[in-house]
Design a protein around this ligand. Structure first.
Ligand code: BTN
Length: 260
């Protein structure tokens, strides 16, 4: 059992444009670490790479947590991997079998996306080289109907209820996620990144899978997922044996039902 170690302030809303946007504003206004924002629905939920995060009411968990980690600026992306581990651990603790992570920020169940993480920083004017506060935004589809997703996304998305038959209570899940996030961030700060990588690799949903990646010059690279390296970057091996280090952008699984 992981206990919440640090006092939390949880701000609950019926509706918000985006919990991340409010959490970033609160962080800039000096809100303490672990201040959390949660909404039943979002009208302008944001995903990675400027995507929309569909956030209908009564069927998802949409929350954002302010962190003030003792990490170097260049190591802040490690928090996304730590958050992925924390979410998987929380889901496992609630009886969800085999949650997996698709690098860097997707949570998968049975190969389909059930959640995502959006890590953003709130740079403070005049703060020099001090690492800025970080907001970890988490969206999880608890019982979201497939019809709520855009048609192009329906064959790659799912909800926890659809994938497992479990009706999770959002409050209990939030409590578990926060407890595990505190534990994983403490591990990252105290024991270092290797400890997180070890747990992350156990939940890697891409290792051994056929993946495609749009590389930095816009070429489509297809290969087999090899896993994350010591810096947290993903590697894939193409059919010529060349190993590519995925620096940015999106890695795609060959999703069920995908035609191209
Ligand atoms: C992704 O998969 O691209 C990341 C999705 C993150 C969505 C969550 S929902 C709560 C928080 N508020 C937002 O606007 N986005 C994140």
């Amino acid at each position: 059992m992981v206990a919440v170690a640090v006092a939390l302030q949880i701000n609950r809303f019926e509706a918000l444009p985006s919990t991340n946007t409010l959490a970033l504003d609160l962080a800039r206004a000096d809100a303490p670490a672990w201040t959390t924002v949660v909404a039943d629905r979002q009208t302008a939920g944001r995903g990675r790479l400027r995507r929309v995060w569909h956030s209908p009411p009564g069927c998802g968990l949409y929350c954002s947590v302010i962190l003030r980690p003792s990490l170097l600026l260049e190591h802040l992306p490690r928090l996304t991997l730590a958050a992925g581990v924390a979410i998987c651990r929380a889901l496992e603790a609630m009886g969800v079998p085999a949650p997996r992570i698709k690098w860097p920020n997707d949570i998968l169940l049975a190969g389909r996306k059930v959640g995502g993480i959006l890590t953003e920083t709130a740079p403070l004017t005049g703060a020099g080289s001090t690492p800025p506060p970080v907001v970890i935004g988490i969206g999880l589809n608890l019982s979201t109907p497939l019809a709520a997703f855009p048609p192009a996304f329906r064959n790659r998305a799912t909800s926890i209820a659809a994938a497992t038959g479990l009706a999770l209570d959002p409050e209990s899940l939030l409590e578990k996620i926060l407890a595990h996030l505190q534990a994983e961030v403490a591990l990252l700060e105290d024991a270092g990144f290797d400890a997180i990588l070890e747990e992350w690799r156990r939940r890697d949903g891409m290792r051994g899978q056929v993946l495609t990646w749009l590389n930095t010059i816009g070429e489509k690279v297809e290969g087999i997922g090899l896993g994350v390296d010591a810096a947290g970057l993903y590697h894939i091996r193409d059919r010529h044996g060349t190993v590519h280090e995925v620096l940015s952008g999106d890695l795609d699984l060959a999703w069920p039902g995908q035609k191209d």
